[in-house]
Design a protein around this ligand. Structure first.
Ligand code: G3P
Length: 219
């Protein structure tokens, strides 16, 4: 399973990278705005800064256009920025057409805002590199986000689609573990969801005892 971090915060990306388990970064317009990154040039520069922190990992950069022609123009410009850039395209009619265009032209894509198995099937048919089902947002409306991951896994396996399932809108550590059990190819979430994986009270208690016993025998 690949681990992506879902943020535009450079310090957090660097921290996740330093942990040695980071495979990529996902961003979106809301995450860029949260970091105060505004204006086209600043946004493009920020994507390059992110690519330079993540060692060879994929970095999703989202188009803000909603028509085919504009999405193609914007996506090509984003893809030109760095070879780690994956163009993030929303699951709308023109987005599906753009996914197909990018796929035919060797530009990698991440189909975002996916909330149903049908949308995920369409994204795979259009040749998306990644599909991003938003599991946290489904949970928010009392729908089972994890069930969607299972459905997409089954469909993709039935037909050997090459599209990778990128479980997005991950909110906590248990989402990561459940997505791993269901066979999601990638998860993207906050640093806290990744760091939560390393915590166990028995590890802390055990280490404390080992160190105390060592101290007794070596003092
Ligand atoms: O990767 C998609 C993600 O940014 C959405 O997460 O927490 O805003 O639902 P959230």
């Amino acid at each position: 399973m690949k681990f992506f971090i879902d943020t535009a915060n450079l310090d957090q990306i660097a921290e996740a990278q330093a942990l040695g388990v980071l495979d990529g970064v996902t961003t979106n317009p809301s995450l860029m705005a949260k970091e105060g990154i505004t204006g086209k040039n600043n946004i493009l520069k920020h994507y390059v800064d992110i690519c330079q922190i993540v060692d060879g990992g994929d970095v999703s950069a989202e188009v803000i256009s909603t028509t085919f022609d504009e999405m193609v123009k914007e996506g090509e410009e984003l893809a030109e920025l760095h070879d780690q850039i994956v163009v993030k395209v929303p699951m709308i009619r023109d987005g599906v057409k753009a996914l197909k265009y990018f796929s035919d032209n060797g530009i990698r894509t991440n189909c975002t805002l996916v909330f149903s198995a049908g949308q995920a099937l369409l994204a795979a048919k259009a040749g998306a590199s990644y599909v991003s089902p938003f599991i946290g947002r489904l949970d928010d409306i009392s729908t089972d986000g994890l069930h969607l991951i299972a459905e997409i896994r089954e469909i993709y396996d039935n037909y050997d689609f090459g599209t990778e399932i990128l479980a997005a809108s991950i909110r906590h550590t248990m989402h990561v573990i459940e997505c791993a059990k269901l066979g999601a190819d990638v998860m993207t979430g906050p640093l806290s969801a990744i760091e939560g994986l390393l915590k166990h009270p028995l590890t802390d208690i055990g280490l404390e005892k080992f160190l105390a016993d060592y101290k007794k025998g070596n003092s």
